[in-house]
Design a protein around this ligand. Sequence first.
Ligand SMILES: NC(=O)C1=CN([C@@H]2O[C@H](COP(=O)(O)OP(=O)(O)OC[C@H]3O[C@@H](n4cnc5c(N)ncnc54)[C@H](O)[C@@H]3O)[C@@H](O)[C@H]2O)C=CC1
Ligand SMILES: NCC(=O)COP(=O)(O)O
Length: 326
Amino acid sequence: MSIARIAFTPGEPAGVGPDLAVRLAQLDWPVELVVIGNSALLQQRAKALSLPLEIIPYHPERPAQAQQAGSVTVCEISLGASVVPQQLNTNNADYVLQSLQRAAQGCLTHEFAGVVTGPVHKGVINEAGHKFSGHTEFFAEISNTEQVVMMLATEGLRVALVTTHLPLAEVPAAITQARVTRVLQIVAHDLEQKWGIPQPRILVCGLNPHAGEQGHLGREEIDHITPAIEALQQAGLNVSGPYPADTVFQPHYLEHADTVVAMYHDQGLPVLKYKGFGNAINITLGLPFIRTSVDHGTALDKAATNNVDDRSAILALRTAIDMVNK
Ligand SMILES: NC(=O)C1=CN([C@@H]2O[C@H](COP(=O)(O)OP(=O)(O)OC[C@H]3O[C@@H](n4cnc5c(N)ncnc54)[C@H](O)[C@@H]3O)[C@@H](O)[C@H]2O)C=CC1
Ligand SMILES: NCC(=O)COP(=O)(O)O
């Protein structure tokens, strides 16, 4: 059987992403892990962590080899400036974007079976002059995918989002019947395809307090969310709601659910992170390729220290491998 290649993008070079790359490289993996980054940076970080690291330059034309502990295959991307751990530098924003672009291109041409991403700093990329709101939107745009869905998953809970990185003031206008319908269809499809869950049970949150309280606290439930749910129920999907978001995240509901769909980022993710931060992953549904990610941000204060928690990165890579094997 041929060995699959999975790309890893370390993300922000001053953050913990390079540490995660070095730590992933300390393990054997049944795939070729191709770090799309900078080998001098990785060596510098390995030295700071007192970990061994042999760099193997990436040659796409050579047959893929399973990853062996202590070494790492690197697809070289030039830095814009030397990296000082924990200090952001706008001159390295292009490096970050180039690494994401290279990974996406490789996924779209099937050079890579999927991509696992380390954390990027959205602020510094924007300060460098690039409009960027997240990997989710970046990969959707580069792959010409109209609608993708952000899902975070930990043991016992999955949360998917109808909107992603949108200012809160713009969320209500984005909650349309069409968008809710499309998101729920993608969630149902990917839970079947990627997790092998037949007829997944999907619980949908309302937008407003108490899911609008019959229209007294907002009309998005009546005008958009309920019509989407009812039409999908008629089409045979196991979807229900809208439930008040402060009610649905309790065992009585969750015991009978494969996922909760929240209307916006900070409605669903704080609950997920409270339950499983460090032991969770982020997955983009609806893309034409597999993309998993860590559940945390750049953690600048921990970069190049021995206090980096690598569990989420390991889980993200394991999950990507499982999905590739499926
Ligand atoms: N997938 C991605 O690319 C993500 C990127 N971000 C970006 O990260 C930046 C910083 O975000 P924050 O809100 O500060 O969240 P953060 O997750 O970077 O940090 C929150 C706290 O958790 C700690 N922490 C996070 N990950 C850790 C790890 N692996 N090991 C040890 N400690 C860890 C940090 O030290 C900090 O105390 C923002 O610019 C944000 O856009 C945030 C979430 C996901
Ligand atoms: N809170 C998760 C998050 O913001 C991740 O965003 P993305 O970079 O994966 O789109």
